[in-house]
Design a protein around this ligand. Structure first.
Ligand code: C5P
Length: 229
């Protein structure tokens, strides 16, 4: 049985960074479920499917040709219909499309199996919004990462600037706020911590401090006898 660790939370809380580091440290597989929704949003845009056309979105979700690859320097690459869309996927425009297609229950259901297939030995770090509540309810350890809206927008701002995107901080605060609101208030798998999740506010913590806390939790939960940090 693969060991599953879920890391959920709003955008910019540090889920991606921590999940990737943890997967590397433990030698586990990594599921970036947000990437699936982003790819679906992009696929919908490219095939001119409206974000409320659930029937067509379900067909796309079930059949879209996607691939994740790891480059020689350890970076992750995403391919949609054979095309490298790693950069296009990370824009706030694509994030908003993702959040719109993700609001439909039957579209989410169409992606459920695809996500569960990532759970193979020795284990999986699953990063998203509903990993602990819906996709892997029996996960061995569930973590819910948060941070203040200002801190999360700042992090996103830095990340996008580094990628050469032209963004304004106030506009970004607004985009992050409205995406979170949609993710938290939707009927289908809203963003909420699982009842048995450990909540961690990362506003004042460094990446290393978050990593240390999470690694300690894996030991406390009895998943590993000890982990050399
Ligand atoms: O995590 P990321 O920012 O890439 O996610 C993009 C969008 O995909 C989120 O705002 C959310 O609407 C959706 N999503 C989701 N469930 C997940 C992961 C992402 O609804 N498990």
């Amino acid at each position: 049985m693969p060991i599953i660790i879920t890391i959920d939370g709003p955008s910019g809380a540090g889920k991606g960074t921590i999940s990737r580091m943890l997967a590397k440290k433990l030698g586990f597989h990594y599921l970036d479920s947000g990437a699936l929704y982003r790819l679906l949003g992009l696929a919908a845009e490219r095939h001119r499917v409206a974000t409320d056309n659930t029937k067509a979105l379900i067909t796309l979700a079930e059949h879209m040709d996607i691939r994740f690859e790891t480059t020689s320097d350890g970076d992750f690459k995403s391919l949609l219909e054979g095309e490298d869309v790693t950069k296009a996927m990370r824009t706030e425009t694509t994030a908003s499309l993702a959040s719109q297609v993700a609001s439909h229950l039957n579209v989410r259901a169409a992606l459920l199996k695809r996500q569960q297939h990532f759970a193979t030995d020795p284990g999986l770090i699953a990063d998203g919004r509903d990993m602990g509540t819906v996709v892997f309810p029996d996960a061995a350890l569930k973590i819910y990462l948060t941070a203040s809206i200002e801190e999360r927008a700042q992090r996103r701002y830095k990340e996008l600037l580094e990628k050469g995107e032209d963004v304004s901080l106030p506009a970004l605060v607004e985009q992050v706020r409205s995406r979170d609101e949609r993710d938290m208030s939707r009927d289908a798998s809203p963003l909420i911590p699982a009842a048995d999740a450990v909540e961690l506010d990362t506003s004042e913590l460094s990446i290393q401090e978050v990593m240390d806390t999470v690694l300690n939790l894996t030991v406390v939960k009895g998943l590993f006898a000890s982990i050399h940090q």
